[in-house]
Design a protein around this ligand. Structure first.
Ligand code: ASP
Length: 450
């Protein structure tokens, strides 16, 4: 007699597999990609980037396409730049012995770019053309992203995208949806910002409600800290979306910033994997993790901040002080990063990039002058050359002794901590140190917690 199978047990596992530029840079790389995909029937929705650098001295196809567009805009011949682009694709097709004639697709793109097509159109061709190559290699169905990824009039992703993708990918088999671009309501091609194939992958994962979003790249996951500072930095096995966001904010570049939100909304984990080492587990990015065994997941630091310290006796009793101070920054168009406060002091931390506009003219003198007028402080001190370091771990602010370990590690390394911000997210402790102390401070924190 047949027994009923509980619904949960029959839920099929499906995965989106996004492959970054270096993973798909050459025919040899594409063969690795094919083997990875075919090793798992759940890998049904494939999102490729354009071919990236095949060697370190090589140029990414996307960069060549932007160059071609600049020539086309001036109605200059595309010459060698175009030859470089088309030869890369034609060589891949030839080496893979694919039954695919790219000549008409390449000719159409060339003609449009020569006639002055937009930068977004030109750049998107890297993914659009490469998607056809990947589909031919896998015997999968190719879907032009312009038909399913919709931007609204203000340039934001239109919610109808999710339905469009779900409808087009409803059948059996594998589908290839090129990353990075979509179309506006009037049919013009528009791209996400650079690295945006990550976003396409996340959007496809959300639309199809897959079990896992695999993001295949050339490293075995997110490292605990910058390997240029700590060469032996270990990979992170598990990290939450929010922890990753904190690390990326401070400069750790792993995924496109906007790639987390679409998957987080549906609780779909992201697995960062290495195309060149497919047996490595990589990093799992999840909604929740058990922080018991690993309080600190990562450490990231960046140079280039200025702190403006404002002091005034009885500031705490002065209603509206904070608003008037921050209003100064708003009026000069400077966004701030942090505002640590004391009883009679309030500091505003800003990125140096925010302080310079129109070339090199700093807005700092204007800010100081406006603060004098707005809050009549007893003293203002501007401290340039600061670096911020975020030590990230969910709930670490509450884990007894974590802050003590952090600060004694810094003290032992003789690093002078100039600013502390625990933030309200409970995900991190941020310290400010002089730029010269950045590397030594990161190493000290890593050695304490790794
Ligand atoms: N090819 C695009 C870029 O280089 C998008 C991507 O690779 O994600 O930015």
């Amino acid at each position: 007699m047949a027994t009923a199978v509980p619904a949960a047990a029959v839920r099929t596992t499906t995965k989106v597999a996004k492959f970054g530029g270096t993973s798909v840079a050459t025919a040899a790389q594409l063969l690795k990609v094919k083997a990875i995909i075919e090793a798992d029937p759940a890998r049904r929705f494939i999102v490729p980037s354009a071919p990236g650098k095949a060697t370190s001295s090589d140029t990414k196809i996307t960069d060549l396409l932007y160059l071609a567009q600049q020539l086309g805009a001036k109605r200059q011949p595309l010459g060698q730049v175009w030859d470089g682009i088309s030869n890369r694709f034609l060589t891949i097709v030839k080496e893979l012995k694919l039954d695919l004639d790219l000549a008409p697709t390449l000719a159409e793109a060339r003609a449009k770019i020569e006639a002055g097509a937009s930068a977004d159109y030109a750049a998107s061709r890297g993914e659009a053309i490469h998607g056809r190559v990947v589909a031919a290699l896998l015997g999968a169905q190719y879907i032009d992203a312009a038909e399913v990824v919709a931007f609204d009039r203000s340039g934001r992703l239109d919610a109808k995208t999710f339905d469009l993708i779900a409808k087009r990918c409803a059948g059996p088999g594998r589908f290839v949806i090129p990353g990075f671009y979509g179309a506006t309501p009037n049919g013009e091609i528009k791209t996400f910002s650079r690295g945006g194939s990550d976003v396409t992958g996340a959007v496809v994962a959300n639309a199809l409600g897959v079990t896992l979003y695999e993001n295949w790249t050339d490293v075995s996951g997110v490292l605990m800290t910058d390997p240029r500072v700590v060469p032996e930095a270990k990979p992170i096995l598990e990290i939450t979306y929010r922890e990753l966001r904190e690390l990326s904010y401070m400069g750790a570049s792993v995924l496109h910033e906007e790639a987390v939100f679409p998957v987080r909304d549906k609780g779909i984990p992201i697995n960062i994997r290495n195309t060149n080492k497919p047996d490595d587990a990589g990093t799992m990015i999840v909604a929740e993790r058990d922080a018991g065994h690993q309080v600190v997941v990562g450490i990231a630091g960046t140079k280039g901040f200025t702190v403006i310290n404002v002091e005034k006796a009885l500031m705490n009793a002065e209603v509206g002080f904070g608003r008037r101070l921050l209003d100064v920054f708003e009026r000069v168009g400077v966004s701030f990063e942090h505002t640590p406060t004391g009883i009679d002091t309030m500091s505003v931390v800003v990125s140096d990039k925010q302080l310079t506009s129109n070339g090199n003219v700093s807005k700092i003198d204007q800010i100081v002058e406006d603060i004098q007028g707005a809050v009549k402080p007893d003293a203002i001190k501007v401290v340039p050359g600061m670096a911020l370091i975020a030590t990230v771990g969910q709930g670490m602010n509450h884990a007894i002794g974590t802050a003590a370990r952090l600060f004694s590690a810094l003290a032992k390394a003789r690093v002078n901590v100039r600013m502390i911000d625990q933030g309200s997210s409970e995900q991190n402790i941020i310290v400010g140190v002089t730029e010269g102390d950045l590397a030594i401070a990161i190493r000290a924190i890593y050695n304490e917690f790794a």
